[in-house]
Design a protein around this ligand. Structure first.
Ligand code: FMN
Length: 205
């Protein structure tokens, strides 16, 4: 086995830190928020996952800007207590990527990527109308994570899912068929993947 400690991957011949390539595929939380003035914001986060089921809880991990100021998603979630996590279908991959642009605070990536917003039911941020699934979330807490590049920081932001929108076209006999929208996931480097095949296994007990 090759062994390296984080930050020392080059000593083992890795040109890039393999961490994100090996913790993969990672789902992408496409986070829509509003700021304190109600202006919309949208950005993808691949440090994202579900953490609990009863009730459902999701988390996304965010770095800050190099000077330590929070990215808009963190700033808005903490200011308003709400966010929507949109799920990215293969059809939306280019627009998802476009919304990662660093626009000035208050400028809306949803219109920048020519996406339509649709109203949420229980929270203020719009959901991405074309997303196959959108999770309306109530902010729970922020956990500060270790940071090597201070004053830049790393934070994990937790939210409880309080409402779920599902496009009926991806439902078959009461079950979600992910192959109908092919969720986009993040691998390492500039690599992405989608789900094209599904198999089943049943637990031993
Ligand atoms: C597929 C993808 C995944 C990303 N995942 C993360 C992430 O997990 N954490 C993070 O801080 N930035 C991530 N980024 C970068 C942010 O999307 C980018 O910094 C964005 O401008 C932040 O927007 P905001 O300031 O509106 O929140 C990702 C970008 C892409 C394209």
């Amino acid at each position: 086995m090759i062994f390296y400690q984080p930050g020392r991957h080059k000593e083992q011949g890795f040109s890039h830190d393999p961490f994100k390539a090996v913790v993969s595929p990672r789902p992408i939380g496409w986070i829509s928020t509003v700021d304190a003035e109600g202006r919309s914001n949208l950005a993808p986060y691949s440090f994202f996952n579900a953490m609990a089921f009863l009730p459902p809880v999701v988390v996304f991990g965010t770095g800050t800007h190099p000077d330590g100021t929070p990215k808009d998603s963190q700033r808005n979630v903490e200011a308003t207590g709400e966010f929507v996590c949109n799920i990215v279908s293969e059809a939306l991959k280019e627009q998802m990527n476009k919304t990662s642009a660093h626009l000035p605070h208050g400028e809306d990536e949803m219109s920048f990527a020519e996406l339509e917003g649709a109203p949420s039911k229980l929270v203020k941020p719009l959901r991405v109308a074309a997303a196959p699934v959108a999770l309306e979330c109530r902010y729970l807490q922020t956990v500060k994570l270790p940071a090597w590049n201070e004053p830049a920081g790393n934070y994990a932001i937790f939210g409880e899912v309080i409402g779920v929108h599902v496009n009926p076209e991806i439902v078959e006999n009461g079950l979600i068929d992910v192959t109908r929208y092919r969720p986009v996931s993040r691998l390492g480097y500039f690599d992405y993947s989608t789900v094209t095949e599904v198999f089943q296994m049943f637990r031993p007990d």
